[in-house]
Design a protein around this ligand. Sequence first.
Ligand code: NCD
Length: 303
Amino acid sequence: MPAGLLGIEDLSREEIEAILTRAKDFQPEQRHTFKKMDTLKGKMVVLLFFEASTRTRTSFEIAAKRLGADSVSITAAGSSISKGESLVDTLNTLAAMRPNAIVMRHASSGAPHFLARHLDIPIINAGDGAHEHPTQALLDARTILDRKETLEGLRVAIIGDIDHSRVARSNIHLLSRFGVDIVLCGPPPLAPPELAKIAPGVTIEYDMRKAIRDADVIMMLRVQLERQHETNFPRAEYFSFYGLELNHLELAKPEVFVMHPGPINRGREISSEVADSQRSMILNQVENGVAVRMAVLERILSA
Ligand code: NCD
């Protein structure tokens, strides 16, 4: 792995496999105790979040702490970013405090890459605009592999606002490395045909029932209204065409399971009946978030 982790696109299949294998050691059922480890004792991780986050920020923080590192969390609202400080000035200020790694989320695609070019500190991308969210794709793969022997040959339907989704892009890069049959599905403006060119093995389907047919995994996505200029998004109409309900699951493979990176909007992209069903892996994904981020931090910081 290079100095940090900017995107799945930069990782080889072997590097992905190494992270996923190591993450397994950090899953709760493999560990007898949650006692703090001292692998990263004396290291400092700065979490720099310019966009809202619940799961990603807390799980990075828990992961850093479990490995024995110190972590400091900076959010746009409570910092000088809200006083008009430029990105470069904020970054130079942080760098002067000599952290060992910076975990960053930003609304602009490429912001962590910019940081990585300017600072001699490993940067971990926790989501940049609609571009990539590498640790999300890694935890999603871990969640699938907890239930399937291999990714090879699986059919994964990714449904929703694909075009604005960094989760979808990172998952497409990862799953395509392993020969997954990836079906993207959403209304045409949110799932334009050129998305099929991102990676091999990707097809686009506008009919949700066809996308779900024979799927092993259904990955639902939130409509990213904050990345759209649409003021009158037709919510009710959207749910009737692209919302996941229990009856859809009958079209998929009998053992199909449902994933969602969160935050979920019940009744907008997924019904409560599905979200709370036995088929839902949403909380397993959150749990794997800590294990995968421990593997990533360990790999980058104990190198
Ligand atoms: C996602 C994100 O921020 O990209 N959430 C997450 O990290 N779990 C997806 C989303 O916001 O819809």
